[in-house]
Design a binder for this molecule. Structure first.
Ligand code: ZN
Length: 242
């Protein structure tokens, strides 16, 4: 786990992002504020095999720009990197690099959609947010990891995380959210409920609003999930498989 905060990072923490290493195949999902230095602490050469981004909000994609610069200026010899994301992510990046060709570094593939990337079948499913958001599921054989990105409660979540070994759901739990007519973010209790609905083997909650009581969020999610949930934490490593 590279980061656990929603919106902006708390001191010493980072925003959304995690890295998956599957038999040496390196996939990164989301690169929010302050995630890139943490990623490079694990993989100093920045040699990744693929990147997937859920949506264009900067707490999920701003450090993709840092990764672009690192590869463009620092490692031009590295091959183009498959980038799976809603098209808006590329628009944001292009605004930061108006005079440089992004495809020199990235090989973009639009989400939602389904792709084979290395050992993974990678699927992006549309979920409701203020901007287009793709929940992402990666599956290798029997093992699946699923991640909501930012979303309101939606039946698609049960499909996204169906019997996943690890289902990561956002639990922004922001005051007043549940009174909105259209829901674009989740509470911890809802995250627990959708994790149970999906039949996920393990549930992790993330995207904690700065200042939120994380212990209370974990308790609320666990009560709905029916057993203990994991909480995203900078530097946390979770084994996959049985
Ligand atoms: Zn967010």
């Amino acid at each position: 786990m590279l980061g656990s905060c929603g919106a902006f990072p708390e001191p010493g923490r980072a925003c959304s992002g995690f890295a998956v290493d599957w038999d040496g195949y390196r996939l990164v999902v989301d690169l929010g504020y302050a995630t890139l230095p943490r990623l490079l602490a694990h993989w100093p050469d920045g040699a990744l095999d693929a990147v997937a981004i859920t949506h264009e909000h900067p707490d999920h994609c701003i450090d993709l720009h840092g990764l672009f610069r690192m590869r463009f200026y620092g490692h031009p010899e590295q091959p183009r990197l498959p980038l799976y994301c809603p098209p808006g992510v590329l628009d944001r990046l292009a605004g930061l690099e108006p005079d440089v060709d992004l495809t020199a570094v990235f090989d973009p593939h639009p989400l939602p959609g389904s792709y084979q990337t290395g050992p993974f079948e990678l699927t992006g499913m549309p979920l409701p947010h203020y901007v287009p958001n793709a929940g992402i599921r990666v599956q290798a054989g029997e093992i699946a990891v699923a991640y909501s990105g930012d979303t309101g409660p939606d039946p698609m979540l049960a499909e996204l995380g169906r019997e996943a070994d690890l289902f990561i759901i956002e639990a922004t739990e922001r005051d007043g959210q549940t009174q909105r007519p259209v829901r674009n973010l989740m509470t911890s209790a809802e995250a627990g409920r959708w994790g149970r609905e999906a039949g996920a083997r393990r549930l992790m909650i993330t995207h904690f609003w700065p200042g939120n009581n994380r212990a209370a969020s974990i308790a609320a999610a666990s009560a709905e999930f029916g057993r203990n949930v994991l909480a995203a934490d900078e530097g946390l490593t979770v084994g996959l498989g049985h």
